[in-house]
Write a protein that binds this ligand. Structure first.
Ligand code: 6R9
Length: 646
């Protein structure tokens, strides 16, 4: 590999093909900060079709947990993503589907998308779903997941997509928390040739959800699934005779569009709530400018619809812009590790957006599989989900992008709705590992632990000083938690949970979470969730989970487990507990290591000292710090002696 270069000026090619050059970025950014309401009103008119204009562009008061954009404005998200394109693009491709097996693919035009979504919306209505009702979606990565989301949006129902890799406990908790009465799922999903029993997982979860009255089942594999005629509804059969028209519901900009659960440092996952107007505007606008999206281009984001990236950058953003978006059901390594590149060649992908963890896994397998594919259609690359290490960045830039494609490293969160920090490809230089500069209207700040804002070059907590239209509005059912989690730390500012550095050129570098949230292969997981799953097992008295650096996954999961007096330590039990977490939460949440812990390091008030547990898991015994304040310092010696050396 070449010597690592630390700064790449905007290329001629990127400049030639941009909506926003350096001058425009400066001017637009300045206006967005100095006259935000003027700026956002212009953008809202440009990007969204409204039935009725808003009464007030923004009304924001972080101290009062109040965030509102375009209130009084009326729109429909599904209309904006579909109907308004029909005049000119009815026969253009909206969705390219690439199945798990090569050769299994499909193309859906905007007209077909319209018809599918309307039929689905009519089916939801037939099952009694009304504006404001919550609908849980637990699906494979097939076009129907998009139809389901857009069908909800069309009738004003609020979707709550649960990642298809989650299993029973997670489905149950999410269905109950949002009081979903309808669940949309499939018989099975297929990933990497393996089948996952989605319907069976739903059946199991719903044993404790008595209010669910309908389960709409899309047939994916045709597997024989348990059928409860009172609840279960066959999708294809039911929509076949329903009309392909459904008048979109006129929604207020501030009506909820969806809830998406995400992990925090404590307690159960939070239902992050996004609303129709601001969210759609922000998703559409960032999609256009960050990826410099041009008419006719093929755009592929490899995320899953179960995460926010799938919401904003597979479906809502691209479809609002009338783009062609690729939906991929499989995994990067099936049938072989060249799959991503084969799909790019096959569908002539122009813009490719993925996660560093996938790049790290693939780069370890050599360059041949990349070189075998014709990647000449690719014009721009993107990454999201976690910091990208310089080695992976250079591999992406040189081997995948042939030193001819800008990389947009995009920092954002479920809570932010869309990208807040990145280097706009035609405007801002790239620095490998940096997430660049703020998007329009975004005012990042670095604070120290005492709550002072730091100027210039600085490192500390990453905060946002004001709102942007894509910001979450509340935690579903718990508005106080919105304030407590994000707005209470340094009143008047939004707290991201991340640490960051700002360099002398004003570029931001994310240093990682400052709380107990793990980022495992780009999947966000709370240590508390894994701990709760472990303690459900009858042999477990207590559990503490921490992350440790992992070459491919970014972070691995290390669990300390205290057993009940009646249970005894064994390798078999270790295996059983790992599988237990997989069954309760999902395979991606399986601990990599379980260490038996007869005692956990606790303060005298009973708080687990995770700092110490992290250091032990990281094999950094020399920096354990002060252990004298522990109730029983000797537990640390036991944990150190018996630690698992990786
Ligand atoms: C979009 C998404 C959010 C957390 C976030 C941060 C990490 C996301 C990143 C990044 C460094 C990037 N993160 N993008 N860290 N560089 N480009 O991933 O949302 O699942 O809510 O995770 O992911 O730690 O706080 P979400």
């Amino acid at each position: 590999m070449k010597e690592l270069q630390s700064r790449y000026p905007v290329s001629q090619r990127a400049k030639a093909n941009t909506h926003v050059d350096a001058g425009a970025y400066e001017a637009m950014y300045r206006q967005s900060i100095e006259q935000p309401d003027v700026f956002w009103a212009q953008q809202a008119e440009k990007f969204i079709d409204w039935y009725q204009p808003w009464e007030q562009v923004s009304s924001v008061n972080f101290k009062e947990s109040q965030v509102s954009w375009f209130a009084g404005g009326k729109l429909n998200v599904s209309y904006n993503c579909i109907d308004r394109h029909l005049a000119n693009k009815a026969n253009d491709i909206a969705v390219i589907f690439e199945g798990d097996e090569p050769g299994d693919d499909d193309k859906v035009t905007y007209q077909q998308l319209h018809d599918h979504v309307c039929r689905f919306a009519n089916l939801l209505k037939q099952r009694g779903v009304k504006k404001g009702d919550r609908v849980c979606i637990y699906m494979p990565m097939i076009p129907e997941v998009g139809y389901a989301m857009l069908a909800c949006a069309r009738i004003g129902a609020v979707h709550s997509v649960v990642f298809g890799g989650f299993s029973t406990e997670s489905i149950k908790a999410r269905v109950l928390d949002a009081d979903c009465r309808v669940v949309i799922t499939a018989d099975e999903s297929v990933r990497g040739g393996k089948r996952i029993p989605l319907k069976a997982n739903v059946d199991e979860a719903l044993k404790d959800c008595p209010d669910v009255h309908s389960v709409i089942v899309v047939e994916r594999t045709g597997a024989d699934v348990h059928w409860n005629p009172e609840l279960d509804v066959k999708y294809a059969e039911s929509v076949a005779n329903l009309p392909a028209v459904c008048e979109p519901e006129q929604m207020d900009a501030e009506d909820p569009l969806f809830v998406l659960y995400t992990s925090g440092s404590t307690g159960k996952p939070k239902g992050v709530l996004h609303t129709c107007g601001g969210y759609l505007l922000y998703a559409a606008m960032t999609h256009k400018y960050v990826f410099d999206y041009q008419e006719g281009e093929i755009y592929w984001c490899t995320a899953d619809a179960g995460w926010v990236t799938g919401h904003s950058y597979i479906f809502y953003g691209p479809l609002a812009n009338g783009a062609t978006t690729l939906v991929f059901e499989g995994v990067p390594t099936y049938p072989d590790a060249g799959r991503f590149w084969q799909v790019c060649e096959k569908h002539k992908v122009n813009i490719f957006y993925t996660a560093p963890t996938a790049l790290r896994a693939l780069m370890g397998l050599g360059d041949e599989l990349v070189e075998q594919a014709d990647l000449s259609s690719i014009r721009l690359l993107g990454t999201v989900g976690e910091p990208i290490n310089p080695e992976a960045w250079h591999w992406y830039y040189e081997i995948v992008g042939k030193e001819n494609c800008p990389i947009v490293d995009t920092w954002w969160q479920t809570e932010t709705g869309g990208i807040l920090l990145t280097s706009l490809p035609g405007a801002v230089d790239m620095k490998p590992g940096a997430t660049g500069k703020p998007f329009f209207g975004v005012e990042p700040a670095i604070f120290d632990k005492e709550g002072n804002e730091l100027e210039g070059e600085a490192e500390g907590l990453l905060m946002m000083k004001g709102s942007w239209p894509g910001q979450m509005r509340t935690v579903y059912g718990d508005h106080q938690r919105f304030y407590d989690t994000y707005l209470s730390q340094y009143p008047g500012n939004y707290f991201t949970g991340d640490g960051a550095k700002r360099d002398a050129d004003g570029f931001y570098w994310i240093t990682g979470r400052v709380d107990d949230v793990l980022n495992v292969s780009g999947h966000r997981l709370g240590t508390a969730e894994i701990e709760s799953a472990l303690v459900l097992h009858p042999a477990v008295a207590e559990a503490a989970v921490v992350g440790y650096p992992h070459d491919i996954k970014g972070q691995g999961i290390y669990a300390y487990v205290t057993l009940m007096g009646s249970a005894s330590e064994s390798d078999t039990l270790q295996g059983e507990l790992t599988e237990f977490v997989a069954k309760e939460l999902g395979r991606f949440a399986k601990p990599d290591y379980i260490q038996w812990a007869p005692g956990l390091p606790k303060t005298r008030s009973g708080k687990i000292m995770r700092r110490i547990l992290r250091k032990i898991a990281e094999n950094e015994m020399e920096s354990l710090g002060d252990t004298s304040t522990l109730a029983d310092p000797s537990v640390v010696d036991h944990l150190v002696t018996n630690r698992i050396v990786k």
